[in-house]
Design a protein around this ligand. Sequence first.
Ligand code: FMN
Length: 341
Amino acid sequence: MSAEGVTIRSISDPGQKERIAREILEALPDWFENVEAREGYIRDSREWVFFAAEDGGKAVGFLCLKETGKPTVELAVMGIRMAYHRKGIGSALFAAAKAYAVSAGYEFLQVKTVRMGMYEDYDRTNRFYLSLGFRELEVIPEVWGEENPCQIYVMHLRDAVSLTDLILKRRSYRGKFRPDPVPREDLQKILEAGLAAPSGCNKQTVSLIAVDDPAVLGQIRSAIDPPAAETAPAMVCVLSQRICAYRDRCFATQDYAAAIENMLLAAEALGYRSCWYEGHITDTDRICDRIAEILDVPEGYDLVCILPVGIGEGEPGVPKKKPFEERAWFNGFRKGTEGWE
Ligand SMILES: Cc1cc2nc3c(=O)[nH]c(=O)nc-3n(C[C@H](O)[C@H](O)[C@H](O)COP(=O)(O)O)c2cc1C
């Protein structure tokens, strides 16, 4: 993501976060003159989700998110060097943070600032938040004292992503994962999404094994050569049974394809990244059979695919897709779409 050549990057190293926060906040005395508060932000930024705006490798702004409740995340602090104001960098930082908050499954985003009408600089901040779509929740004078009445703004995030947006946004992720474990509730939801998929004649030919035990993951990892999904903190292994639906018709492949897509979307909706690894493990070297052995999978079940699950450290690549009108039409082959008639 970029605004006027500025790149937005997510930062994970606590030391780097602290350095950037210090550099930027110390350069913004009009907003961060209270040393105690400023040092608090700098220290706490080490633990927060952190996005930096960089121009030629130099940090020119940053934004931090902190969880304030299970469904709620707060835009805890943001700062942009004065020379970079009014260039769309705040909006670009915010867009990256909002995308993260949505994909991490948060429902609300809140931000606090000094109420409109008190100071010119803060009035600009208020107008900026309103322009992003924040709504006034409440003013609480006690938070920072009568002279700095605290305006709380809130934004509902669930409206921000529809199922169609999620489908369009999903991408295969092959990068590094953060080590955070995936809670069992989330793994269970992903498995349930897989099992909820349609199946030919309702034969339910798909079975699933979620793996989150580091020892078992380690065994699986050592079976995958060349390596893939090495850093994933969890994995779903997809098993398929060749059960005939009727006569000699077997829909097992279609069944597991539907289950896999459901799980990829469920993982994405819960804020995780994944990738459909099938070609890699079902080739002539039959990595899939070795994984099946590790998991004590009995005869009659084929292990057909693995799906790593975890929070991505980076962003997925963007594959080149053929244009819409080359693959989809209205009312006949190559009809009804601009460019073909
Ligand atoms: C049947 C099937 C097998 C796949 N096998 C692999 C694989 O072994 N390794 C891999 O990196 N991606 C694999 N993928 C993911 C595709 O490469 C990916 O979906 C495609 O490049 C489009 O990218 P997107 O998922 O980001 O839209 C597989 C996808 C499908 C549907």
